[in-house]
Design a protein around this ligand. Structure first.
Ligand SMILES: Nc1ncnc2c1ncn2[C@@H]1O[C@H](COP(=O)(O)OP(=O)(O)OP(=O)(O)O)[C@@H](O)[C@H]1O
Ligand SMILES: [Mg+2]
Length: 379
């Protein structure tokens, strides 16, 4: 099984690229499932087919599902939630409580994740393509299982994480005992653990970053790359979408973006004249990105960053282009390192996104060891 996850800043083309990849895979004969965990339900729009909340066959070999956490709660969990709630209130709870719960922080992610685990486990798909909401949200999705898993084992942490439930049940005593009931009945921790194991298995899952030719989406993708590295999720490709090179400046910018993601491979897809919609255009989009290659290839499997934390220092090790033969200047600005490389092909400004823990630190030293830049940050 292969799981391919697309993420990136809003509007960069995650949904069309997920749909295009899934179409490309199905056409190669793989039994493929396209999952949207985006509450905005945009794969129906991109495919121009109404999909709905259960898996639906789109073409031969291709099924799709748009997960709706609200639907999941009202279908499978309303009884559990009602029974837990009614233990407090002493009477049955109207179904509207499901809607209230769905609106609480963390809940949509949680129920989407449970559903993702279910569809992956229950069916025998060879390839699964996951369209995630914009990066910030998506990362929460991906790391939620880990946080939940590790915190859940310490009940106090778990109640914090379930801040939604916590708020609801705060006025009542014995809250954590009921939470315990919820956890046991839904088997939530095991399911989240299972999902996290799939996501961090580098031979199964690849995260792909979608960006456009602008600094905002590049910065967003770099943060996703750094976090993915921290969590042990393999990023195998950057897709620079909506490329529209009319002038020399754009061309230079495109090359700069590619160098900025070094050593990750980058693919590019042209901006089409019309809005990308329908199977035929999506098939073309897949061709622009992957040509005749199998889109489920693992295109890269190396750690881009290594981050070691020690009491009051963080040691970052990462590859930079032209490491051997360039003059380096490194400065730290809030959550970024700005690296200027002066080499025989010109000057390159490269940025490296730092973990949030490094924001208040300063550069202590930097050196190049075996083609890698090693930067020590100190509080
Ligand atoms: N290569 C392209 N050429 C032309 N139009 C494109 C291309 N890629 C994306 N689009 C268009 O850009 C818009 C945004 O694309 P899409 O919905 O895939 O982005 P997204 O990253 O999923 O956005 P969101 O964050 O809102 O989920 C859509 O209207 C889509 O048709
Ligand atoms: Mg989308």
């Amino acid at each position: 099984m292969r799981v391919i996850v697309y993420t990136g800043k809003g509007g960069t083309g995650k949904t069309v690229t997920s749909c295009a990849t899934a179409i490309g895979l199905a056409e190669r004969g793989y039994r493929t499932l396209l999952i949207s965990a985006d509450p905005a339900h945009t794969i129906s729009d991109a495919l121009d087919i109404d999909i709905g909340h259960n898996t639906k066959t789109i073409t031969s070999n291709l099924d799709a599902i748009e997960i709706d956490p609200l639907f999941e709660i009202s279908k499978d969990y309303v009884d559990i939630i009602s029974s837990i709630s009614s233990s407090f209130i002493g009477k049955g709870v109207e179904s509207s409580i499901a809607y209230e719960i769905a609106m609480l922080p963390g809940m949509t992610q949680l129920f989407s994740l449970i559903k993702i685990d279910e569809v992956i486990r229950k069916n025998n798909y060879e390839k699964i393509v996951l369209d995630m909401p914009a990066s910030g949200e998506a990362l929460k999705f991906l790391y939620f299982p880990k946080l939940m898993g590790s915190m859940g084992r310490r009940m106090t942490g778990f109640t914090n994480l379930f801040s939604g439930f916590a708020k609801m049940f705060q006025p009542m005593s014995g809250y954590s005992a009921y939470l315990d009931g919820f956890i046991t009945q839904t088997d939530i921790l095991r399911r989240l653990d299972n999902l996290f194991n799939i996501l961090t298995n580098q031979t199964i899952t690849s995260l792909r970053l979608v960006t456009n030719l602008n600094n905002f989406s590049v910065k967003n993708a770099k943060r996703a790359l750094m976090s993915a590295n921290l969590f042990g999720i393999n990023v195998d490709l950057v897709i620079i979408n909506k490329v529209d090179i009319k002038d020399e400046d754009k061309k230079i910018f495109l090359e700069k973006i590619k160098l900025n993601f070094f050593p990750l491979p980058c693919r590019q897809a042209i901006r089409m004249k019309e809005e990308l919609q329908g199977i035929e255009m999506l098939r073309q989009h897949n061709y622009h990105i992957f040509g005749r290659e199998d889109p489920s290839t693992i295109f890269f499997n190396e750690k881009v960053y290594s981050i070691e934390e020690n009491n009051d220092t963080i040691t970052l090790t990462f590859k930079i282009p032209f490491a051997k033969n360039s003059q380096l200047d490194i400065q730290k600005k809030s959550d970024e390192l700005l690296i200027t490389l002066e080499h025989d092909r010109g000057i390159l400004a490269n940025t490296v996104t730092l973990p949030f823990a490094a924001v208040t630190m300063n550069i202590d030293s930097s050196k190049i060891v075996n083609d890698q830049l090693v930067v020590i940050l100190k509080r």
